[in-house]
Design a protein around this ligand. Sequence first.
Ligand code: HEM
Length: 479
Amino acid sequence: MWQIMGLYVATMTAICFIFLVHKRRNSRVNKMVLPPGSKGFPFIGETLQLLLPSYSLDLPSFIQTRIQRYGPIFQTRLVGRPVVVSADPGFNRYIVQQEGKMVEMWYLDTFSKIFAQQGEGRTNAAGLVHKYLRNITFTHFGSQTLRDKLLPHLEILVRKTLHGWTSQESIDVKEAALTMTIEFVAKQLFGYDSDKSKERIGDKFANISQGLLSFPLNIPGTTYHSCLKSQREVMDMMRKTLKERLASPDTCQGDFLDHALKDLNTDKFLTEDFILQIMFGLLFASSESTSITLTLVLKFLSENPHVLEELEAEHERILKNRESPDSPLTWAEVKSMTFTLQVINESLRLGNVSLGLLRRTLKDIEINGYTIPAGWTIMLVTSACQYNSDVYKDPLTFNPWRWKEMQPDVIAKNFMPFGGGTRQCAGAEFAKVLMTIFLHVLVTTYRWEKIKGGEIIRTPILGFRNGLHVKLIKKARLS
Ligand code: HEM
């Protein structure tokens, strides 16, 4: 009897405590002037409206209508969380500079679970952990490594991949580009060899990316369940390699995993699980955006023959200027491909693969007389500045020539496909060089015919409604 009474009192005390904390927090927030907006339905808020697909490159109508109604900074509620959306370029630039001070990188709860963004060993932590993540990424994928080591391997990979595409009647470009990128990155990370491995890492990541924006219902048969299963399989594959390396430390391959295992002895925050999480994060970060952007480039080239013509001319000039047209690409040649870079920049500008960046506020933030309370999420719609018609004439038109005239300071303020501040993409140079080499081999050696697909869909992440399927054909070369 006394036990039951005790339990009752303890439960009631806990409920009262939780209620008081909640009330106190709410009354604190209630006294603030919050940005205008609507909270939508209880719990799900306006999530469904945000996820409603749109079929153009433009900003989703969810964002556009609310900007018209409330201005560039408004509040909403997404997957149970209060969110402030900002399409204000100045505020967005300010916030990306505040990493670890007023905000921290934060992604949806589905992401947090898959990418270990909670707890002690979270990969989005600021400070030492973040510094380590950037340094080790630059060491294995940065400019110097690209120039001194990766360039010939990337060329071989692209030639082998595109040659393989010619034997197929139809290639789904996004899927095939994802496989190409991920297999290369996995090789640099932990020596993955697609010819020897039983596991198809590209297929697993195709599953993972589908599950990331699905409803987080983890029961067999759901997309989310299949995503978590693939995530576990990739982690198990990498864990097996890690254990093998630890068991025979003399077989050094000099890759990312060897480097991180060596650091285990000196960097106290490093653990085996953390190394696996970084590798998993890198596999995802590198493959998804790069493959979507490459697919978009191919779509634009198919629809804009005059751009393709100029691109071919640039690459033919490079071949002509060489002593032997078959000699491997040099770093100087890659850096001389200015029109190619303009094509890539224009595709990145219009693609806005992820729409925006997510941050969690660590402190109350004042903006235009409003307060964004600590603990809220901010969605920085960095893409909004890339459609600004004051900067980009006819912003929705694919026009690579516009980059010829643009000044570096204007670009810095109005072009953020790789984010900004201390969290700016650590693989930007790698992605651009990979896409440049891809385009070089593609336009000098092949032509292609569209079989089907290529229609844009934003959910709000950029995708292609029926994929983009092409048939690749080798060009007859005049010697
Ligand atoms: C077209 C291709 C790519 C695009 C558009 C892209 C875009 C981005 C963006 C917008 C961010 C910032 C995220 C944020 O602030 O919340 C980011 C971060 C990052 N990206 Fe990329 N990325 C691409 C390719 C790659 C590749 C190929 C790699 C690796 C080889 C990579 C590695 C990373 C890493 C490690 C971060 C986190 C940086 C940090 O937290 O300091 N990315 N990327």
